[in-house]
Design a protein around this ligand. Sequence first.
Ligand SMILES: C[S@@+](CC[C@H](N)C(=O)[O-])C[C@H]1O[C@@H](n2cnc3c(N)ncnc32)[C@H](O)[C@@H]1O
Length: 348
Amino acid sequence: MTADVWTAAGLRSRLESLRESAGFRAYQQVRDRVLQMVEAEAGRPPGVQTPSEYWSEELENFDYLLDASPLVVDKLRHHTYHVTGLRVYDYRSNNTATQRHFSRKLSALRKKDTAGLFVPEWPELGGFGFNIDGRLVNLDTLKFYEVLIALDHGAVLDEFRRTDERKIVWEIGAGWGGFPYQFKTICPNVTYVIADFPELFLYSGTYLTAAFPQARVRWFGDVPAERTFERWQDFDFILIPNTAAREVIRPPRLDLTINMVSFQEMTSAQVAEYAAIAHDAQCPFLYSLNRERSGYNTELEESVSQILERYYWLREIEILHVSYQKMLEDEPTPTDYRHLIGWRRQPA
Ligand SMILES: C[S@@+](CC[C@H](N)C(=O)[O-])C[C@H]1O[C@@H](n2cnc3c(N)ncnc32)[C@H](O)[C@@H]1O
């Protein structure tokens, strides 16, 4: 039972209890880590992984989250529109016409799913969405579900689900942490490595440590960089700032590299660098869900697939006739997102 916050006494009581909540405790610890990482980053000379123009602007938009009250953290998901653009307002319960579109799309995806991969939105930390059969569903939920189905159809996912042998997955740009949440739920026996701008760990670090309170997390900097992957099997998540990826992503094994809605926003050099890092680490699979280039990105000179093709042999997997941000009634267009699964090319 939560106190009514719209009275002075109720607000005090609610703040007191939220200060002790798993979410706010996670946030406080994460914020310290993020500040340490950002400070360490400031000492690095600009390089390939310096944020693109587009991302420099985005990062400034959510700096207010450095000073989030327990009430704000308790609704963290309402603030992730800075990352994936979803707004809680669009999921009001009276928005029945849109809800019907979502229900139909979920049913269409379920028909493609022979492995039971659906993971609904986590209702905590302000989780929102249409209530479909008692589960919260929003566009991010459906996107991640579609990605899991694509990985399954591409014959990649099964070996992560049914394995006694621990594996390593690396996601480049995991945003607010929604896909790692789904992937770790479906495939618990993986060490999930995220490389992102450290500022984004305010979201993903808080979300994942609150959602998986037992998870063991290694933050870049906990040990000297070259030991980041030491005893990697003991960790559920390893969080690395994007600029350290080249130096650090040399794990003893790397089983899958993932990127979604992110390569398209990078510079050509950044995409090539990430593909090369995965390739150098002998990663057998690279999965991408991206447009060939975001309309507003002028720093990507070639298409995403042209760059990836140099390192990975790509195969497209079609799940629905429309891409993830559209509903079944919409028309496909040439600028749509593509599910690509890459097999590592042998060095020439
Ligand atoms: C639009 S968000 C998508 C987040 C997540 N992949 C999803 O689909 O929900 C783009 C993500 O890419 C990250 N990103 C952008 N440029 C990057 C770079 N050079 N290195 C690593 N991550 C980057 C952003 O910080 C953010 O997490």
